[in-house]
Ligand binder design. Structure first.
Ligand SMILES: Cc1cc2nc3c(=O)[nH]c(=O)nc-3n(C[C@H](O)[C@H](O)[C@H](O)COP(=O)(O)O)c2cc1C
Ligand code: SF4
Ligand code: SF4
Ligand code: SF4
Length: 490
């Protein structure tokens, strides 16, 4: 966890991480582990669902759907078999909230899945986890085995007549397999491709049976809610978003790592008070929330209280909790291109708007960053983004244009500079850069000539030097080497 201050942090989902031995069932029991399951089994399933509803817990996997409502749908769908699935696919680049919970407190997820299974009437649960998480898998497997050996999973748990067990399914690392319908297809052994909804998994999911898919962090909150009560949880956060959220701080920020804060904490508190701001005295420029499906928020958004609605209102989203901070040296067109490159690679290819549209969007962004963009390209970017949002089959395609739309909205002047002046204001897009030497400052020390890989700097010792722009490959080596600030990057 980020170290600077715990003042603004509140741990619910990560309450035990770092405090107990994750491989010890005894340690978990010592912090009231499995007490919530015992308590839930004294209630009716409908009462358990009601507690989760009143608590206001919403899905931490991205969409923010109310967990109690979802459980209620599955409970009311009668079936001979139901399933509860934990989504531990965690495909957002740079995000590792779920891995941290599974590595640090696997029993809390096992316990929550048993509570969820009881609430909806499922006797079998599955954790879908990416195979690149070997430590999380090892600890989860041990937690399941230990719980089973202790009678906390299996037949007739706590003598209640409730049977429940958990199996582990492995994902191969495709981002789209985190989408719940693709995840279910993958669990069944098919290609991990989304299918259109409805029917929703709570109606017809794994093997066409009612199936609840919840995120790791969502589950990790459940035992605490059952023990401390719905009102306690509902008392934390904002009017529409209750409890806390775990975020992974990354990018240009002093304190990188995981934090957990109450919903309603402002971006300023997260980035400056907890994150310590940008390193090397650089100026904060933007923060991408919601991973590749989210958007960039800027200075004007710093005092926004973070919750599901406030982020959507600013063309971003909560997502699973990734936060990538950018400083004055970042080009927002390149940032949009970076995220699009990721989603373009991860499209499953099933529907045309996403499969083909992502390529066309990328080509336009590439053209702009190479200095060949036009005003018409900006209009095309916008209209194609809108069409893809409206017509793509699943959330991956529907949210793919978000980084473009949000950066065009807030940093439109940077796009304009790229296409009208053929300049990258952040000096990132090399095709539009020029390096020149200021003769008034150059001492003729010759250091730059020694590092230039194409020998395009000439001059006599102790006399101002010059760069041959026709040969310069814009590597920046001379700029980094010059001790007299004589080289100008424009
Ligand atoms: C492209 C894509 C990737 C997703 N990846 C994840 C993921 O890695 N983990 C996750 O919990 N939810 C992910 N989701 C959201 C799931 O489809 C689903 O809404 C979520 O697992 C439900 O759990 P929750 O209600 O507890 O959030 C993804 C959605 C999309 C569209
Ligand atoms: S939107 Fe993209 S990822 Fe989703 S089904 Fe269509 S092609 Fe596949
Ligand atoms: S390193 Fe700087 S001061 Fe030295 S010759 Fe090159 S430009 Fe001039
Ligand atoms: S930017 Fe690179 S190639 Fe260009 S003059 Fe400087 S060192 Fe040489």
């Amino acid at each position: 966890m980020a170290a600077t201050t715990d003042i603004k942090q509140l741990r619910i989902a990560t309450r035990n991480c770092g405090f107990i031995d994750p491989e010890s069932l005894d340690d978990y029991i010592a912090v009231r582990g499995y007490e919530a399951l015992a308590k839930a089994l004294t209630m009716t399933p409908a009462e358990v669902v009601e507690i989760i509803k009143v608590a206001g817990l919403r899905g931490r996997g991205g969409g923010g759907f109310p967990t109690g409502v979802k459980w209620g749908i599955a409970l009311s769908n009668a079936a001979d078999q139901k399933y509860i699935v934990c989504n531990a696919d965690e495909g957002d680049p740079g995000a590792f909230m779920d891995r941290a919970v599974l590595e640090g407190d696997p029993h809390s997820v096992v316990e929550a899945m048993a509570i969820g299974g009881y609430a909806i009437g499922a006797t079998l649960g599955a954790v879908y986890i990416r195979a690149e998480y070997p430590l999380a898998i090892k600890r989860l497997r041990k937690a399941i085995d230990d719980a089973r050996a202790m009678g906390l999973l299996g037949k007739n748990i706590f003598g209640s007549g409730f049977d429940f067990d958990i199996e582990i399914k492995y994902g191969a690392g495709a981002f789209v397999c985190g989408e719940e319908t693709a995840l279910i297809k993958s669990m069944e052994g098919h290609r991990g491709e989304p299918v259109s909804k409805p029917p929703f998994p709570a109606q017809s999911g794994y093997w066409a049976k009612p199936t609840i898919v919840n995120n790791v962090e969502t589950f990790a909150n459940v035992p605490a809610i059952i023990i401390k009560g719905a009102d306690w949880f509902a008392g934390i956060g904002t009017a529409t978003s209750k409890g806390t959220k775990v975020f992974a701080l990354a990018g240009k920020i002093v304190n990188v790592g995981l934090i957990e804060v109450p919903m309603g904490t402002t971006l300023r508190e997260v980035i400056f008070d907890i994150g310590g701001g940008c390193p090397d005295g650089k100026e904060f420029k933007a923060v991408q929330t919601g991973g590749p499906s989210g958007g960039a928020l800027a200075n004007k958004d710093l005092d926004v209280a973070i919750d599901y609605e406030s982020l959507i209102a600013r063309k971003s989203m909560m997502g699973s909790g990734g936060m990538v901070v950018m400083d004055e040296d970042d080009c927002m067109v390149s940032v949009a291109k970076f995220f699009l490159d990721f989603t373009m690679d991860e499209t499953c290819g099933k529907c045309t708007p996403c499969r083909i549209g992502s390529k066309r969007l990328y080509e336009i962004l590439d053209k702009i960053t190479k200095g060949h963009g036009t005003k018409a390209d900006l209009a095309r970017l916008k209209s194609l983004s809108d069409s893809i949002k409206d017509t793509a089959l699943c959330g991956l395609g529907q949210t793919m244009p978000n980084p473009i739309l949000s950066t065009m909205d807030t940093f439109g002047h940077e796009y304009e500079a790229h296409v009208t002046q053929k300049k990258c204001p952040a000096h990132v897009c090399t095709a539009m850069l020029t390096y020149t030497i200021n003769p008034a400052k150059c001492t003729g020390c010759t250091l730059c000539t020694k590092v230039c890989p194409v020998e395009c700097i000439s001059g006599t010792k102790k006399q101002p030097h010059v760069i041959d722009a026709s040969k310069c490959i814009k590597c920046g080596a001379c700029y980094d080497k010059c001790k007299f600030d004589s080289i100008i990057k424009m």
